[in-house]
Ligand binder design. Sequence first.
Ligand SMILES: Cc1cc2nc3c(=O)[nH]c(=O)nc-3n(C[C@H](O)[C@H](O)[C@H](O)COP(=O)(O)OP(=O)(O)OC[C@H]3O[C@@H](n4cnc5c(N)ncnc54)[C@H](O)[C@@H]3O)c2cc1C
Length: 501
Amino acid sequence: MKNVVIVGSGTGGLTAGNLLVKKGHKVTIFESHSAPGGYTAGFWKKGFYFESGTLGYESSGVMNKTLEDIGVADQVRRVRKKDRWISPQSDFAFDSLDAFKQAVYAGFPESRAALDGYFAGIDKIYAVMEPFVVGPVPMQFRGFAAFKAMLPYITGGRKFFQILKKYKDKTSEDIAGEFFAPGTPIYRIFCEIGYPKMGIDSLGGFFLSVTKDYWHVADGMQQLANVLAGKFKERGGTLYLRAPVDKILTARGTAVGVESGGRRFEADVVISACDYKNTFLKLLDDPMSVPAAQLEKIRKAEVSQGIFTVYLGLAWPNAELEKHLKAYTVNYSPLAYDLDFDNPNDADHFQKCGFSLHSLSLINPKLAPDGKSSLMILAMSPTHWQDNWRKDDREAYKALKERVKSDLIGRAEAIVPGLRSAIEYQDAATPLTYERYTKNTDGATSAWSWNPRKKFYTGGIPKMTVATPVRNLLIGSCWVGQIGGIPNAIAAAYLCAKKIK
Ligand SMILES: Cc1cc2nc3c(=O)[nH]c(=O)nc-3n(C[C@H](O)[C@H](O)[C@H](O)COP(=O)(O)OP(=O)(O)OC[C@H]3O[C@@H](n4cnc5c(N)ncnc54)[C@H](O)[C@@H]3O)c2cc1C
């Protein structure tokens, strides 16, 4: 039996914790926040529930297998996403790639030939990735079952790597630019989907998840985290909340425990299930245990964009909100501006960008008080926007946050007329709020930059390594993969659990 300490109780930490206690190890999770979950969590305000990180998950095979292995599959109810996309040119809902294509072709009939060309590439990456995105991943199995789970990678792998090689460093903007004239609405559609300037594999994954395999947790993400935390404790694991780890302790290049609240906790293995940069740049007691060049690479690496979110509790019944939204999620973009997420100086960014409206009470009326409804408005932010949200001047920060909240509510009224008059509760989060609650650098929503030209994990073949230059320090978070996300957090957790015999 090993004595394992896990830093962080997001999906990665909770999954690793559960797999390890099930194997009979002594496991202690330290969580700095007052509730478990990290980016798979939520909060209640005045009877309204809001998600405090992701709104759902893709790659359902990975999540299903995890919940089954941990023995809680029957405790988590899921609901398939229901999206509507609105722009001045089109307004449509879809539940398949074909339906998505049909709607775009109908909105832009003059671009038929260019759309044919664009989708020919998407169809290829979609078909190649589908078998290994939708099912569980090989690291979730052992022995022959692992080999069986590997088969789609073996059969599709060659084609996948050929596509990666062909597109290499091309971003979604580059790919859109090959078919559509920059500066046109149709070009902007394909620049604005997913993360800014993402690579071909992320585009493939994006289309797969939005058209085929994206799920909400019917009772909210916090319920998923609570179920995982509950099972972990039931099996004998210890979860300390409000217990930030201040230091990861090392001796001669080997992790030997952590320090939290002035106390030392010994461990045979430490799993970092939290932000990668903080782990090496702030938590490690002896940075000399990592080669200087590696530390410099970690310091310089760019992270994924943060998000600005407005949380609204509405006096309206669900029926009134549904009349306007007609879906759980509405994605809106004016498609009128070229957005630059690498530019922190565009003061009008939040008056020009696309945004999503997401209603949890439409998914589950119990997530709002009787007869009332809720809405979240989400818009991606350029990193360090406006002097990093004027973070050094409290009043200026508050004023900027208030202005962006008000701007987004005003813009949402084009889709939900009268929205402002129905507000009973309102609040907002900047990327700095996300950072404060989860300690993810700059409020990075999904690990490292999604731009293939800014890779932290270099090399052609995406592979996952949980081992670090510090012996007995493993990575058990989504940061184990370039683009983060729940599937990567889970994959990291399984790899850690396999490594600890
Ligand atoms: C708005 C938004 C939308 C997203 N959408 C999607 C999506 O659609 N699909 C998808 O797959 N992913 C999505 N993601 C990303 C996904 O939620 C994350 O990649 C994933 O949940 C990360 O899990 P994790 O366990 O690696 O880390 P986190 O969830 O970040 O958990 C880390 C935990 O560690 C704790 N911690 C940090 N430092 C310390 C310390 N020193 N001591 C103790 N505890 C510490 C934190 O408080 C936190 O609880 C989204 C994220 C956001 C914010």
